[in-house]
Each structure stands twice: as structure tokens, then as C-alpha cells.
Design a protein around this ligand. Structure first.
Ligand SMILES: Nc1ncnc2c1ncn2[C@@H]1O[C@H](COP(=O)(O)OP(=O)(O)OP(=O)(O)O)[C@@H](O)[C@H]1O
Ligand SMILES: [Mg+2]
Length: 417
């Protein structure tokens, strides 16, 4: 007799913003918190570029958010978070959102009239796709902007809009000329604001979450755009940038740009069980009872031994939460359930093909990566390797020119189970 599904709905991996769902990864959280603090405490430089990288779903966003939250509460810099998964496709909407969020944060939390006037200007410019020269002149006339010759913003407005103290007298511009508020413009504007703000004593932390999701991993042009944007963000001055990027988007030159990289590694079974517990606890007593009745705690304990990836672990649980589970969950019965999960998630690759794929990794389960040669020697065709990447069953080390591949976190049960 199958048991009723637990249907607790508490494992959806994308519902993660509530702080009480955070299961503390002591050493890593502490390390990142201390690192951020040393750049932001009084007398510190107030600028650095921190790249948080790691596999999909390994916990980059959670740990970054927790560490940043602590430092912001303690030291009170301006704090701007932009989740690239939510700003729309491409760099332009992302930069508009970043400019707007930065300006709004300054208006909310800065008492400096110069910074507030500049934030108003940014808000105005970032909400338009182009601005007439006449309007630009009016907008930048305000004495409250407090433009000085050695300001970055003065320089920027002079060069880009031919207005203010930085404008060259030799250049006359028609009132009706339109200036484009495009990607390079927005990049320069944000940068100028931040450098001047730091010179005025205002520190800022920019948290760029899920940067890789500005574009689609399957489209080469998009991957290049993500890399360009990452290059811009990891060259920024005047602030502390914390950017999260999946490993497969980290090109060699990005490795050189950042001031410091934090590699987020997998979680132990005990840590994964803390993630499980936090989810169940947040959902309440009824959900806990249903989960126990369905045998989910034992199941979670088994699954936590098969992966170190929190996202993969939660995806499995979210799926099993909706299935009737057999009374006796033998290894074969569990594998049959997981097979159905894999078939719904990795469409485009058959179960048989997934079994071949995982066979190559099974021979040395602690070795995460395989070269194309190794995959070919395991009997995989070039076509299957390509298709497996397209459908997410294989993950390359770098999207633009892969040397090595790993099995998707959601398929780890095939080698460890
Ligand atoms: N320390 C943690 N405590 C509780 N849940 C966690 C923790 N770390 C990760 N998770 C859970 O695992 C899932 C993936 O975590 P997160 O989004 O932080 O990973 P990521 O590395 O940012 O993934 P992506 O590459 O998709 O952006 C989330 O749903 C989150 O709930
Ligand atoms: Mg993330």
C-alpha cells in the first residue's frame, strides 16, 4: 500500500528569501563576513571586488546574503542589491535597475544634500532611454549637485552630455540634440556617482546576485554579454562589489580582475539536514506531522548522503513531497522514483543515455570533472555530449570553450545512490 504524499510544499528551492530558512554554514559565513568587514570598517579603503563563485545551487546567494546582512547592520554602508534573475533580459535593464536602486538607497539613507541631489539626477536619467540636450542642461543646473572640477560626475557630464563645468567650450550642441541613455552611459554614470560618494565619505556595498542569469546559458552571444557585464562590475571603483557567478561563466580574465574570490563548496550531509530542518520548521507542526507520516525524514537522511548540493537536494525533496511513497522504501524503489524525477527534469536525454553518462562518473565518484576525451572513451558521442549540455544534464567548466564537464547536481543520485 503506498503512503499518502506528504504534500508539505516546503522544499521549493526558489523560495529562499526568508532569513529563518538560513542554515548556518559557520566557517564560510564567518569568513565572508570578516572579509567584507575589513574593507568597510572605519578607516578601511571602502572599495574591493569580491567574486563569489561556485556550482549552480551550491549556496552562493544564501551565504552572501547572510554575510552582507550582518555587515550592513553593523557598519551601515549604503546597500544595494540587484538580483539579475529578476531584472529582465540583457545588460541594459539590469543597469537601469542598478542605477535606480542605488539612487533610491542614497535618497533613503544618506543625509548628505550633495549626494541626494545627485541621486535625484541619476533617478531621472536612468528612467529614460534618451534625453534632449535642453533637458540635460536643466537637470544638471541645480547648485545642490555641488559639481566641482575634480569630480568624476563633472567630468562624466561634460564628456557625455556637454553640460556643466566639464563641458568643452569648443563644442556647441543644438538644444534638440538627443543623448542616448544606453549601456555605456549608465555604466559611466553609476561609476561616477560611486567614486564621488566615496570621496565624500560614503561607503557603498553592491550585491549583484545571480549575475549569470542576465542572459541565457544556451546562447553564445548572451554568455559574452554576461562576461562583459561581469568585467565592468569587477572593475568598479568607489564601492565594495560582491558579485555571484556560476563557475561556468567565470572566464580567465575575470579571475584576474577580482580583488578576492570566494569559492563556495558543497555542504555536508549534516548541513543539508539543517536545510531540511529549517524548511520543515518554518512550515509548522501540521507539515512536520505529514512529512513524518510519509517517511520523509529518513528519506532526506538518505538523500543527504548522495549529494553536497543544496539546490539538487531540495529539488529531489520537492518532487518526492508530491509522490505517494511505498511503505517499504527499498533502494530499488527509491531509484525508480528518482528515475521518474530525472525523466521529467532532463527531457531531451533518455534514461538510457543518462545511465551511460553517469557510468563514466561512477568509476571514480570523488572526481567531479571529466574531459571530453574521457567522456568519449566512455562511449559518449559528441552529439550526446552537446545535447546533454543543452538539456542541463552535463555542466561544462566554461561555457564558451569547455575543457571539462561535470554531471548536473540533480543527477548525483545516479552515481552515489
Ligand atoms: N545555508 C543555507 N541554508 C538554507 N538553505 C540553503 C543554504 N544554502 C543553500 N540553500 C538552499 O539551496 C538552494 C540554492 O541555494 P542558493 O540559491 O544560495 O544557491 P546558488 O549557489 O546561489 O545557486 P545559483 O547558481 O542557482 O544562483 C536555495 O533554495 C536555498 O534555499
Ligand atoms: Mg544564486
Amino acid at each position: 500500500m503506498p503512503r499518502r504524499p506528504s504534500r508539505s510544499a516546503c522544499f521549493q528551492p526558489d523560495n529562499y528569501r526568508t532569513p529563518e530558512l538560513f542554515a548556518d554554514r559557520d566557517a564560510l559565513t564567518e569568513h565572508l563576513t570578516e572579509t567584507l568587514r575589513c574593507f568597510l570598517e572605519p578607516g578601511a579603503p571602502g572599495e574591493a571586488r569580491i567574486l563569489v563563485r561556485g556550482q549552480r545551487g551550491i549556496g552562493k546567494s544564501m551565504v552572501s546574503r547572510r554575510a552582507i546582512d550582518r555587515v550592513v547592520t553593523e557598519l551601515g554602508p549604503l546597500f544595494v542589491e540587484v538580483d539579475a534573475a529578476r531584472t529582465g533580459h540583457g545588460p541594459e535593464p539590469f543597469l537601469r535597475q542598478l542605477a535606480r536602486a542605488l539612487a533610491q538607497e542614497a535618497l533613503r539613507n544618506s543625509t548628505d544634500p550633495t549626494l541626494c541631489a545627485r541621486a535625484e539626477l541619476i533617478l531621472e536619467l536612468a528612467s529614460q532611454s534618451k534625453v534632449q540636450h535642453k533637458t540635460a542642461r536643466t537637470l544638471t543646473k541645480s547648485a545642490a549637485l555641488n559639481l566641482k572640477l575634480d569630480d568624476k560626475l563633472t567630468d562624466f557630464l561634460g564628456v557625455e552630455l556637454s553640460v556643466g563645468l566639464g563641458a568643452s567650450r569648443a563644442v556647441t550642441v543644438e538644444e534638440s540634440t538627443e543623448h542616448q541613455i544606453d549601456v555605456p552611459f549608465l555604466q559611466g554614470l553609476i561609476q561616477a556617482f560611486l567614486v564621488d560618494a566615496l570621496a565624500l565619505g560614503q561607503m557603498t556595498i553592491l550585491f549583484i546576485d545571480n549575475l549569470d542569469q542576465v542572459g541565457y546559458a544556451e546562447i553564445e552571444e548572451d554568455v559574452r554579454r554576461v562576461t562583459d557585464l561581469a568585467r565592468y562590475l569587477l572593475s568598479m571603483d568607489g564601492c565594495l562589489v560582491v558579485a555571484n557567478l556560476r563557475t561556468e561563466f567565470v572566464s580567465t580574465d575575470l579571475r584576474k580582475l577580482q580583488s578576492y574570490a570566494v569559492e563556495v563548496l558543497g555542504m555536508s550531509p549534516a548541513e543539508l539536514m539543517q536545510v531540511y530542518e529549517a524548511r520543515v520548521e518554518a512550515r509548522g507542526r501540521d507539515a512536520r506531522a505529514k512529512l513524518e507520516e510519509a517517511g520523509m525524514p529518513q528519506l532526506a537522511a538518505t538523500l543527504s548522503e548522495w549529494t553536497d548540493n543544496a539546490w539538487g537536494f531540495l529539488c529531489w525533496l520537492a518532487y518526492l513531497d508530491l509522490q505517494p511513497l511505498p511503505d517499504e522504501l527499498s533502494p530499488a524503489a527509491l531509484l525508480a522514483l528518482m528515475r521518474r524525477y530525472a525523466e521529467t527534469q532532463y527531457t531531451g536525454v533518455t534514461w538510457e543515455e543518462l545511465t551511460w553518462l553517469s557510468g563514466v562518473y561512477k568509476s571514480a565518484p570523488s572526481k567531479l570533472w571529466r574531459t571530453e576525451d574521457e567522456l568519449r572513451r566512455g562511449g559518449l558521442s559528441e552529439e550526446l555530449i552537446k545535447r546533454a549540455c543543452k538539456y542541463g544534464a552535463l555542466v561544462p567548466d566554461w561555457l564558451l570553450s569547455p575543457d571539462r564537464y561535470m554531471l548536473a547536481p540533480g543527477l548525483m543520485f545516479l552515481i552515489r545512490g
